[in-house]
Design a protein around this ligand. Structure first.
Ligand code: SAM
Length: 387
């Protein structure tokens, strides 16, 4: 059932509601077992990733026009074809494999592989680390259908291998990792968690402790300021750093450096929910039926990476990165006077690079180990120094 403040959203089907209810019961049972309170990070982890029930783990459509949100690869092939040029540079320098994190519908894998085939620069293996069994099956079906000749190069992983050399790509993956929510108070720092009241989820604050308190204290926030911190994304980068022997990780997501993320004017954080192309800020309803995301703190990522032995190799907004990679050359392959073919591609490029769309809010960070050639995507406008 939709709460009154979201009554303008499309009503979920009876089947979706029944599915959501099973997840609500699971989370409510965990809250009860924990004494009436779980952190928001735990709630988000279950809401998105509880096996068989979470938003990403279960069968909801999620990506694309018929789903809840559209990502860059879902717009069309221009994103993957352009990114392939950066991938090809790293593969040419001797890095053997590509590893994609959270591959969604599989379209980015398809577009990258098709373009790398055309460039005669295929990776030895295209590895996909995907937590969602449902998406994994969708990725497998797409790749087997559209690129059967490359199927033997593609493999799926449950976890990062303990030692590997690869070009790692994660598009809109870090924003799906659980965040803790904190509010600065005169008396200290509260962590906002989730409890149950009258059969519904409700916010409940506790004094922050441990890692959450340590990270939050460093931010020096004014009383009343509410925001998120990202220990799960940082932990992921530490694991990547521990296992990557040689290569580059390109992480693409919406977000800011800490200075902008924790700006006094952004006093209620960046948490957003996406449901059938409506964005709103209430993650405690539509549990399991909507995406929950937070922007990425790229300064924290860069700091964590550097402290764990990965070198920041570049940081730019998506527009600058794609322009450096040659998005205009990709467009120019289609004659502009072939309007039927050209205009949709131009519209994709516009959405990817326009500052009013994805060009400015989305950023690309490159983290590397034992890789020294300057990366094509950061040849101009590298803003590493701002992190
Ligand atoms: C917002 S979707 C983005 C999908 C795709 N990269 C795209 O750009 O269309 C997030 C993806 O990350 C996956 N995911 C979330 N957390 C993950 C994790 N810890 N490890 C690997 N994949 C994860 C989800 O199952 C989903 O495929």
């Amino acid at each position: 059932m939709l709460p009154a403040h979201l009554s303008h959203l499309p009503a979920p089907s009876a089947e979706a509601l029944a599915h959501g209810q099973r997840l609500v019961s699971l989370i409510a049972a965990e809250i009860a077992a924990a004494g009436g309170w779980i952190s928001f990070a735990r709630y988000m982890e279950l809401a998105l990733h509880a096996p068989g029930l979470g938003y990403y783990s279960a069968g909801a459509r999620k990506l694309g026009a018929a789903g809840d949100f559209v990502t860059a690869p879902e717009l069309g092939r221009v994103f993957g074809q352009t990114l392939a040029r950066q991938v090809a540079q790293v593969l040419h320098a001797g890095v053997p494999d590509v590893m994609e994190l959270g591959a969604g519908s599989g379209r980015l894998a398809r577009d990258l592989l098709a373009e790398l085939l055309a460039l005669d620069c295929l990776p030895q293996r295209y590895l996909i680390l995907e937590t969602s069994a449902e998406l994994r099956e969708r990725q497998r079906a797409l790749l087997h259908r559209e690129l059967p000749q490359l199927a033997s190069r593609v493999a799926w992983l449950d976890a990062l291998p303990a030692a590997f050399s690869a070009l790692v790509i994660g598009n809109e993956v870090l924003d799906a990792m659980p965040v803790h929510i904190i509010t600065a108070r005169d008396h200290g720092i509260d962590e906002l968690g989730v409890t149950t009241t009258a059969g519904a989820f409700a916010w409940s604050a506790r004094l922050a402790a441990g890692t959450v308190l340590a990270i939050a204290s460093e931010l020096e926030l004014a009383p009343g300021y509410t925001t998120e911190i990202h220990p799960a994304a940082d932990a992921f980068v530490r694991t990547l750093a521990a296992y990557l022997e040689r290569g580059v990780a390109l992480l693409i997501d919406y977000g800011f450096p800490a200075r902008e993320y924790y700006h006094p004017q952004r006093a209620s954080g960046t948490l957003m929910c996406h449901y059938r192309h409506h964005a709103h800020a209430d993650p405690l309803c539509l549990t399991g039926l909507q995406d929950i995301t937070a922007h990425v703190d790229f300064s924290s990522l860069a700091k964590t990476a550097a402290a764990s032995g990965l070198e920041p190799l570049g940081y730019a907004n998506q527009a600058q990165f794609l322009i450096n990679c040659g998005i205009t050359d990709v467009l120019a392959r289609t004659p502009a006077d072939d309007a039927a073919a050209y205009l949709p591609l131009a519209a994709q490029a516009q959405q990817l690079v326009s500052p009013a769309e994805m060009g400015e809010l989305f950023k690309v960070i490159a983290l590397g180990r034992n890789f020294s050639p300057p990366l094509l995507g950061f040849a101009r406008g590298d803003k590493r120094h701002t992190l």
